[in-house]
Design a protein around this ligand. Structure first.
Ligand code: PRT
Ligand code: ZN
Length: 284
C-alpha cells in the first residue's frame, strides 16, 4: 500500500482528486476519518493535510508520496524526490512594489522591508543578486503589507496579477515559476516504488491526452502526402478510403498549442470536413 499525501482543501485539492479519478483511482465514500481514506481499486491510502506539511510528512516517511506546489516544496527544503510535474496550479513567485515607486533593477530592493511567506526562496534570490534587504515573514494577506505600512515590497504568489493591481502594486521581479508536483520519499521499498511507477504512468497518460486532440478530415488523394507532413501524428496518420472515388479520410493527433496553425495549413492543403475530438487517455 502506498500512502499519498494531498492537500485537504485549497487550490490543489480538487485538481489532485480529479487527476486521481481520471487515472482510474477512486476513494471510499463517507470514510469515518476525515484525514484518511482508501482507494477502492488501487493499493493507495490518501492522507489529507495542509500543503505546508506535505514535504515534511514525505521526507519523514509518514507519507510515501505527496502532491504539492513546487513553491512550497522548495521553501521547505526537505529531502524529497521530485517525481513528476503535474501541469496544474501554475503560478509564479514574484517581487512587487507600490506602483508609483521607481524601479530599475534588483539593486533598488536594497534596504527595503519585504513581506513574504517564502523567506528561504527570497533570501536565496537576494543573496544571488548581492542585495541586502529585510525579510518580514507573514503567513497570509501578504499583499496588504505595503498599504498598511508594514513593508515596502512583497514577495508572493502571482497568477493573473489582479490581486497586485487591486492593492496598488506592480510586479518587478519574477523569481520562480511553479506548478503542482508529485514528490516521493527518496528510499521507497521496491513494492511501493512499483505502485508509484504505476500511478505516474497513469498521470502521464492523462496529462498527455490533455495536450492533444484527435483530428479527422477528408482530403483528395493527391493532397495526402502534404497533409501527412502537416500532421505527423503518433507515428504517421491513418488514411482510409472514402466511398467517394479519389478521396480519403485522414486521422491523426495534433498538439493543442499548434492547433490553429495546423488547421489553417490543412485547409490550404485541401482538407475538408475537419473534426476535432478530445482524447481521454494517451499512451505513447
Ligand atoms: O490550507 P493550506 O495551507 O493547505 O493551503 P494554502 O492556503 O497555503 O494554499 P492555497 O490552497 O491557496 O494554494 C496552494 C498552492 O496553489 C500554492 O502553494 C501554489 O503552488 C498554487 N497556486 C496557484 C496559488 C495560486 N495559483 C494563487 N493564485 N496559490 C495562491 N494563489 C493566491 C496568491 O497568494 C494571491 O493571493 O492567489 C492570489 C493571486 O492571484 P492573482 O490571480 O490575483 O494573481
Ligand atoms: Zn499552506
Amino acid at each position: 500500500m502506498l500512502a499519498l499525501a494531498i492537500q485537504k482543501s485549497g487550490r490543489l485539492s480538487e485538481k489532485t482528486k480529479h487527476l486521481l479519478n481520471e487515472s482510474g483511482v477512486y476513494f471510499e465514500n463517507g470514510s469515518r476519518n476525515p484525514l484518511k481514506s482508501k482507494a477502492v481499486n488501487f493499493p493507495l491510502q490518501i492522507l489529507y493535510l495542509r500543503d505546508d506539511d506535505i514535504p515534511e510528512f514525505v521526507a519523514d516517511g509518514i507519507a510515501d508520496a505527496g502532491v504539492v506546489g513546487e513553491n512550497v516544496c522548495l521553501e521547505k527544503g526537505k529531502n524529497v524526490e521530485v517525481v513528476e510535474k503535474l501541469g496544474f496550479a501554475r503560478c509564479r513567485l514574484s517581487i512587487a512594489v507600490p506602483k508609483n515607486m521607481s524601479y530599475n533593477s534588483v539593486q533598488d530592493l536594497a534596504g527595503l522591508r519585504i513581506a513574504t511567506s517564502y523567506p528561504r526562496i527570497l533570501q536565496k534570490f537576494l543573496d544571488e543578486n548581492n542585495v541586502r534587504a529585510e525579510i518580514h515573514e507573514v503567513n497570509g494577506s501578504v499583499e496588504i503589507a505595503p498599504g498598511i505600512g508594514f513593508a515596502d515590497a512583497i514577495f508572493d504568489i502571482v497568477s493573473t496579477g489582479s490581486t497586485l493591481i487591486s492593492n496598488g502594486l506592480k510586479e518587478v521581479e519574477t523569481v520562480m515559476h511553479s506548478e503542482a508536483i508529485l514528490i516521493a520519499h527518496p528510499s521507497l521499498t521496491e513494492e511501493k516504488r512499483q505502485y508509484l511507477d504505476q500511478l505516474v504512468f497513469r498521470f502521464k497518460a492523462v496529462n498527455k491526452a490533455r495536450n492533444y486532440k484527435y483530428i479527422l478530415l477528408n482530403a483528395p488523394n493527391n493532397a495526402i502526402d502534404k497533409i501527412a507532413q502537416i500532421l505527423p501524428g503518433m507515428k504517421s496518420p491513418t488514411v482510409m478510403p472514402l466511398a467517394l472515388e479519389g478521396w480519403s479520410s485522414v486521422h491523426s493527433v495534433v498538439k493543442e498549442d499548434d492547433f490553429w496553425e495546423v488547421i489553417e495549413n490543412l485547409r490550404e492543403a485541401g482538407a475538408q470536413g475537419i473534426l476535432v475530438i478530445p482524447i481521454e487517455k494517451m499512451i505513447v
